[in-house]
Structures are given as C-alpha cells and as structure tokens.
Design a protein around this ligand. Structure first.
Ligand SMILES: [Zn+2]
Length: 282
C-alpha cells in the first residue's frame, strides 16, 4: 500500500513541475557563442538579463579554432539559437557553412570595427573590452527590453577586467625589450606589455618546421638579445626546448584561452596566470 502511494505522489509532483515550466522555453533568448573567449565576454554581458541563456558551441579538444568543423550537435544547437556571437577577424572558418544552413540567424561580430593584428583579438585586454562593448550593442539591438542591463553589465565587466588583470609590473620590466613569439596570439601579449616582437614563428597547429626556419629564428633570438619567448605548450614545446638549449632566452608557456571551464571570471584568472608565469621566468 505504502509503495503505491509513493509512486502516485511522485508522478503527480513530476507532472505538476512539468506543467509549471512549460512556458519558460518559448520566452527564453538562446545566445550561442563560437568559442571560449567570446563565451566569457557574452556571459558577462548577458548573465543578469532576464530570460537569456548563453551557450557555447563545442570546443576543440586540442589546438585552435581555425580549421575546426562544427559537430552535428553544434548544428542542432544553432537551429534553436536566436543569435550567434562570433569572435570574428577570420577566426571562425566554419562561418560560411552556418550562414548557408541558417541564413536568417542574426550574427554579432565582436571584432567589427576593431583594429586587429590577427584573429586572436581577445588576447589584448583593450580589444577584448571593445569586443565586450560590441556584444552589448549587438544584443541590445536584438533584445531591446534588456538593453540597459546589457550596457550596464558590459560597463561593469570592462571595469573589472581593467582593474583586476594584473600585469605584475611587466609593462615596466619589458617595455621596449625584445621578445620572440611561437604563436601569433602572443603578439597581443607583447603589445600589451610594450615589448617588441623581433622574431615570430606561428606554431598554432601541427606543422613541419624546416631546419632553415629554426636556424633563422635562433639567430635572431641571439643577435637581438631576446630576453623571453612566449609559446603555447602543445605545438611550441619542441621548438621551445631548442631555444632553451641554444640561447640565453627564457621560454615561457602561456594560455591562449581557446579552451576553458566556462567559469565567468576565467578571462581574468587565465591572463593573470600568464603574467605570473612570465614574471617567474624573468
Ligand atoms: Zn589560433
């Protein structure tokens, strides 16, 4: 007897909950984002807005986004999305496929109108804040009811980024110093610290590096008295090892933020870890 009562009441509760939440999905604005840094920017713009959900497309398990193809799950999610926010600046190689499949899906290009050097725009704290403002402006147009919230949240988040990203005095230590990079994303890191990039090898994904390329790079590092080399571990560690063996330069491995755990303050904590790692090797 007791058992059957329990079952009935559980079913009843379940049915009641389902009925009650029925209206929610139709009111919700689903904002899809194309990659982790764009997700972090959008989340901070939209997290306090009513009825807005921010979701990221899948992340590549290794490497960057350039040659990434969307999964079937991604395409399914896009079919339900109200808007897609992209990094832009050529980062989303799959964009044409999305436009072809969903020609009516509004797209907010967070890099629109920005003076960019390469597609890893978010690595510059200044440009990242401009991306945040672009996203707020784009969302305000699509969802005008929440416009004030988007604008206020963007403003507040930019202040947090400006106030909490800690360059550890590196912008003085490395101002005017010669550095080298093994990933183009770190051009922004060097710029942000006022350092000169004198040698640049873009090891963003698996590729062959010729003996001549290695020799030339090492020669510049020696001749130009390069203090520190910024690299990404997965594709840069083999070259990094050669540099450490053959020159006096320090090699430091940094994050590019293309992978993350989706926690809202991840942008700040990752950049701070990067700067702390640079400080440690100097
Ligand atoms: Zn990349």
């Amino acid at each position: 007897m007791l058992v059957s009562i329990t079952v009935v009441s559980t079913c009843g509760t379940y049915f009641y909950v389902k009925q009650n939440t029925k209206e929610a999905p139709s009111k919700e604005l689903l904002v899809m984002t194309s990659c982790n840094p764009t997700y972090l920017a959008t989340l901070n713009v939209a997290k306090d807005a009513d009825g807005v959900m921010v979701q990221n497309l899948s992340q590549p398990s290794t490497g960057c986004l350039h040659d990434y193809t969307l999964t079937t799950e991604d395409m399914k999610n896009l079919s339900k999305a109200d808007v897609l926010v992209i990094n832009g600046a050529g980062m989303e190689g799959y964009l044409e496929d999305v436009v072809k499949a969903y020609p009516k899906l509004p797209i907010i290009d967070s890099s629109e109108g920005l003076d960019v050097e390469n597609s890893h725009v978010w690595m510059s704290e200044d440009l990242y804040q401009a991306q945040v403002k672009n996203i707020a402006a784009g969302l305000s147009k699509i969802d005008s009811g929440n416009a004030a919230t988007y604008q206020e949240s963007a403003e507040r988040y930019c202040n947090i980024v400006a106030g909490r990203v800690d360059k550890q005095g590196l912008d003085e230590d490395l101002a005017g110093a010669n550095v080298a990079i093994l990933h183009e994303a770190f051009e922004y890191t060097a710029d942000s610290l006022g350092a000169n990039v004198v040698a640049d090898m873009d090891l963003d994904e698996e590729r062959q590096v010729s003996a001549g390329e290695v020799r030339d790079f090492i020669a510049i590092v020696q001749d130009e008295n390069v203090k520190v080399v910024f690299a990404e571990y997965d594709y840069g560690n083999a070259m990094g090892k050669l540099i450490t063996e053959q020159t006096d330069a320090k090699v430091v491995y940094l994050e590019t933020l293309v992978h993350g755990d989706y926690s809202d303050m991840d942008y700040i904590s990752i950049l701070n870890k990067n700067y702390a790692n640079i400080k440690n090797v100097l």
